[in-house]
Design a protein around this ligand. Structure first.
Ligand SMILES: *Cc1c(COP(=O)(O)O)cnc(C)c1O
Length: 238
C-alpha cells in the first residue's frame, strides 16, 4: 500500500473511532485535504481514494492546482487569509471560501460577484483561540457579522470555520471547538444556515469531532510534514 493511501485509511479509522465515542455517524464528517505545498501528483493520488475536497491557503497555489487538477472532479476551498485584492482571482478557482472574517471583505466579495453575475459558498472564520497570530472574527462579533452578511445575496453562508488553539493537550483546544458549536446554535436559531462546522486538523481531529465538526482539514497526517511552519501560510504579507 502506498503511504498516502495508508494515511488516508488511518484518518478514516480515527474519524470512525471518534464518531463511535461521541455517538455520531461517520458519514457526517467530511474530509478536506489541506494541500498547501503538496504536489498535484500526490493530490491526484489522494483524490483517487474517494476524497473530493481540497483546501489551499495561497491564491497563487490555488490557481496552479486548479490548472493541474482540471481533469479530476473535486471541490476546491480557500482556507487561507484572504486579502481583498485577491477576491477576483479566488472566485475564479474556489467553490467555497472558508475564511471570510470581516464585513469589508464580505462587501467587496459581494460587489465582485455581482459584477461577474456569480455566487459563492462561504464559511465565516472565527478566532476561537484568541491568538493574535490567527485570523478570524472575534467570537463575540461573529453573530453580528453573519446577520450583516445575510443581506448579501451573492454569498451563501454555509458554515463556520476555526483553527483551534495549538496544544499537545486536546483538553485545552476543546473549548475552542465548543465555542464554535455554540455560535452555530445561535445562528441556526436566527435561520442562518451554518450547517457545516469546519474544525479539527491532523492533531486535534478527534476532539473536534466529539464537539460536532462536520469537516476536518487534514494535511500533515496524509501528506507528511511541510518544509515551512504554518505561520508562513497564515501570514498576510506573503
Ligand atoms: C495547513 C492547514 C490545515 C491542516 O493542518 P495539518 O496540521 O497539517 O493537518 C488546516 N487548516 C488550515 C487553515 C491550514 O492552513
Amino acid at each position: 500500500m502506498n503511504q498516502i493511501e495508508k494515511n488516508i485509511s488511518d484518518i478514516q479509522d480515527r474519524i470512525e473511532a471518534a464518531c463511535l465515542k461521541s455517538n455520531r455517524n461517520k458519514s457526517d464528517v467530511k474530509i478536506l485535504l489541506a494541500t498547501k505545498t503538496v504536489t498535484p501528483e500526490n493530490i491526484k493520488f489522494a483524490l483517487n481514494f474517494g476524497i473530493k475536497r481540497i483546501g489551499e491557503n495561497k491564491v497563487q497555489e490555488l490557481k496552479s492546482k486548479f490548472e493541474a487538477l482540471r481533469d479530476i472532479p473535486h471541490e476546491s476551498h480557500f482556507i487561507g487569509h484572504l486579502q481583498s485584492n485577491k477576491i477576483k482571482e479566488v472566485i475564479q478557482y474556489a467553490q467555497c471560501i472558508q475564511s471570510v472574517d470581516r464585513w469589508s471583505l464580505a462587501q467587496k466579495l459581494q460587489n465582485r460577484l455581482e459584477y461577474e453575475d456569480k455566487s459563492i459558498d462561504v464559511f465565516i472564520q472565527v478566532n476561537t483561540s484568541n491568538e493574535s497570530s490567527k485570523f478570524g472574527i472575534e467570537p463575540e462579533k461573529a453573530v453580528e457579522l453573519a446577520m450583516q452578511m445575510k443581506s448579501l445575496n451573492r454569498i451563501r453562508i454555509k458554515g463556520l470555520m476555526t483553527i483551534g488553539l495549538f496544544s499537545p493537550n486536546p483538553e485545552l483546544t476543546r473549548p475552542c471547538f465548543k465555542q464554535l458549536k455554540q455560535i452555530q446554535r445561535e445562528l441556526l436559531d436566527l435561520d442562518i444556515p451554518v450547517h457545516d462546522l469546519s474544525m479539527g486538523m491532523s492533531n486535534d481531529l478527534e476532539t473536534a469531532i466529539e464537539e460536532g465538526s462536520t469537516m476536518i482539514r487534514v494535511g500533515t497526517a496524509v501528506f507528511g510534514k511541510r518544509a515551512l511552519p504554518d505561520s508562513y501560510y497564515w501570514n498576510e504579507s506573503k
